[in-house]
Write a protein that binds this ligand. Structure first.
Ligand SMILES: Cc1cc2nc3c(=O)[nH]c(=O)nc-3n(C[C@H](O)[C@H](O)[C@H](O)COP(=O)(O)OP(=O)(O)OC[C@H]3O[C@@H](n4cnc5c(N)ncnc54)[C@H](O)[C@@H]3O)c2cc1C
Length: 452
């Protein structure tokens, strides 16, 4: 190879697809949405079958190489990258295999946008969706997949019926709660450590026709958190979020809620908003079709593309806080932030969840029933020193959150050592270690997390 590395000569069995050694293809697999880490693989598998992934995995393991699946490349810290090995481009598994009455079967590289496009004509929808629909099914199932309906339905990993997986010794296995359940419980939110998800059968629920959305303003974090928790306890809203933005050196606090509606439903705003202490003169209320509602985040990505921030480095930081200390910790963190810490259109995400619906064993959460999502969505536009400073800040803030009983959402941009991953998984660590030994004995999968 031109970069001096030696490609293994051990004969690679014939493939249905191809293993690309093209420099441009490999360079594309060395980048991701974070633009922070850059590792060039030896080759990129463009698979045409599950068998291709199995063959290449077995061959890689025999030759001491690593393998990482790349969904749609939205990791912020090189998690789908690999230097001494092969990246599997999952975008080639983008088929919608079957839409049933209560489930859909798709290739794991399919985007959630394509899933929704296939199910909405039948008035069906996945119960939990990410705000940004161009993530792959396999990519979010590998980390958990949180959405604004997680308080009702759990994570996306809690809404999976069955998976087809290639394991580290090149076996192609079907797993579900009933069949190969150890594999099923390991690969969901398993950070790609135990197998490559090839195909997923996902739960569907009836889709609403419309959504009425409410954006409410608060003077402070306490007011926002109090009303968020009131709504969480009271029910009556389907989706619940909150964000905090720095506007002209003043923090603005927003509660974002949605009520999902059938064609003939007419929500009573007075009932939905009863008892809330927002500044009602700033309330924004809109009616959208469900499809428009799901695509609302696209307006934001269009804005970021127009400002160039979509292409900037993204040292994002995502955590969960225990409900009892969430306001205190968030206050302390936010008080120390300056506008360059978030960048032009950066923002803080802050909203509560009742974690009762979350049952995926490897989704880690604080040890309280109510937890708060607490994320810094940030854009680093002023060069490498800026990125370096934000990565260090991510680490410092993570220590602060850990001390308060918080937990990392493992899509954040900073490195963890194997010892720190062991602490992250906590009581689930023995399961992680055993599953690694059983399903990836050569430790070839997904080195980008540095779990092992
Ligand atoms: C704009 C934006 C919005 C986001 N919104 C949300 C959100 O609302 N909710 C949420 O939970 N997360 C959200 N995320 C985080 C996102 O879920 C993760 O970054 C996710 O892993 C990205 O999916 P991807 O398909 O791009 O995966 P990639 O970045 O390609 O891969 C991520 C990890 O998953 C592994 N992986 C990918 N596919 C497979 C597979 N088939 N089998 C095994 N391992 C696999 C990779 O090896 C890698 O380790 C968001 C990220 C961005 C950039």
């Amino acid at each position: 190879m031109k970069d001096g590395r030696v490609f293994p000569t051990g004969a690679l069995p014939p493939l249905d697809g191809e293993l690309s050694l093209d420099a441009g293809v490999r360079a594309a697999a060395a980048d991701d949405f974070g633009h922070v880490v850059e590792k060039t693989p030896l080759g990129v598998l463009r698979p045409a079958s599950a068998r291709d992934v199995a063959v290449v995995t077995r061959w890689a393991a025999e030759n001491g190489l690593k393998v990482a699946a790349r969904g749609r490349g939205h990791s912020t810290f090189g998690r789908s990258q690999v230097d001494a090995g092969i990246v599997v481009d999952m975008a080639y598994f983008d088929e919608i295999h079957r839409v049933g009455d209560d489930r859909v079967t798709v290739g794991a590289g399919t985007t959630w946008r394509s899933v929704v496009a296939a199910t909405l004509p039948d008035h069906l929808t996945p119960p939990v969706l990410p705000n940004y629909l161009d993530l792959s099914v396999g990519g979010t199932l590998s980390v958990g997949g949180i959405g604004v309906s997680t308080h009702q339905y759990g994570m996306q990993t809690d809404n999976v019926c069955e998976l087809e997986v290639v394991t580290g010794d090149g076996e192609i296995l079907i797993c579900s709660p009933e069949t190969n359940s150890e594999l099923f419980n390991s690969v969901r939110a398993g950070l790609g450590q135990f197998g490559v998800i090839i195909r997923a059968t996902l739960t569907l629920v009836p889709a609403p026709d419309r959504a009425r959305t409410y954006v409410l303003s608060y003077a402070d974090l306490e007011g926002l958190a109090a009303d968020q928790q009131l709504l969480l306890r009271r029910g009556g809203v389907d989706h619940l979020r909150g964000s905090i933005v720095l506007d002209d050196d003043a923090w603005q606090h927003q509660l974002e809620i949605a009520v999902l509606l059938g064609a003939d439903d007419h929500p009573d705003d007075d009932v939905v908003l009863a008892g809330l202490a927002d500044d009602r003169s700033h309330a924004q209320i809109d009616d959208l079709s469900y499809a428009e509602y799901l695509e609302a985040f696209d307006r934001f990505t269009e804005l970021l593309c127009s400002t160039g921030e979509w292409a900037d480095p993204h040292p994002w930081w995502m955590t969960f806080l225990p409900g009892s200390v969430a306001v205190k910790v968030a206050h302390e963190v936010i008080a120390d932030l300056v506008s360059e810490d978030l960048g032009g259109h950066g923002f803080v995400v802050f909203y509560p969840l009742d974690k009762g619906q979350i049952t995926t064993p490897l989704v880690r959460m604080p040890n309280e029933e109510i937890v708060f999502v607490f994320n810094l969505v940030r854009f680093a536009s002023t060069g490498p020193e800026h990125v370096e400073r934000l990565l260090e800040q991510n680490w410092t803030l993570y220590r602060r959150v850990l001390t308060a009983g918080g937990v990392l959402y493992p899509v954040s941009a900073f490195p963890l050592t194997p010892e720190e991953w062991e602490k992250h998984f906590g009581s689930a660590w023995p399961m992680v270690r055993e599953a690694k030994g059983r399903f990836d004995p050569s430790r070839c999968f997904t080195p980008g997390y540095e779990v092992f």
